[in-house]
Design a protein around this ligand. Sequence first.
Ligand code: FES
Length: 167
Amino acid sequence: MSDLKFSEKGMQHYEWLLTRYPDKQAALLPTLRIAEEEFGNLGVPEMKYVADLMGISPARVFGVVTFYTHFRRAGTGTYHIQVCSTLSCALRGSQEVCDHVAKRLGIEVGETTEDGLFTLSKVECLGSCDTAPMFQLNDDYHENLTLQDVDGIIEECRQEAARGGAR
Ligand code: FES
């Protein structure tokens, strides 16, 4: 049996959420956000905890977590780069950006670097089409990207991690 549990603050947030939705199932997405904040990522034990907490099936939780790209799943690197590949970004060079990130990191889309520092994903529109091409790095948007910007961002991440400041 897992000893995963929301903190008191997390539980208070969850209980507050339940007052804002018509039923527990409707509160699944924001509850998963709390789980992500509490546990760092969403693996099988974390999804099972949420399912037990909410009284819904683990399969439903798994289905929701794997449907959306914005949840941080188990095994994701410290820095998760999600390159938008939808039309506006595609027209403005997102494939080139994605290929450049992949080359710089020595990984393919969907992979994590051996040191666990970076994960690269391709995602659908992130709602910042007027600043294409762009990617999301953890919670932050990086917009109007040039390949030079990409190099600088990756380098900043590496330096931050070396200082022990990541996340
Ligand atoms: S198409 Fe890339 S943010 Fe919308």
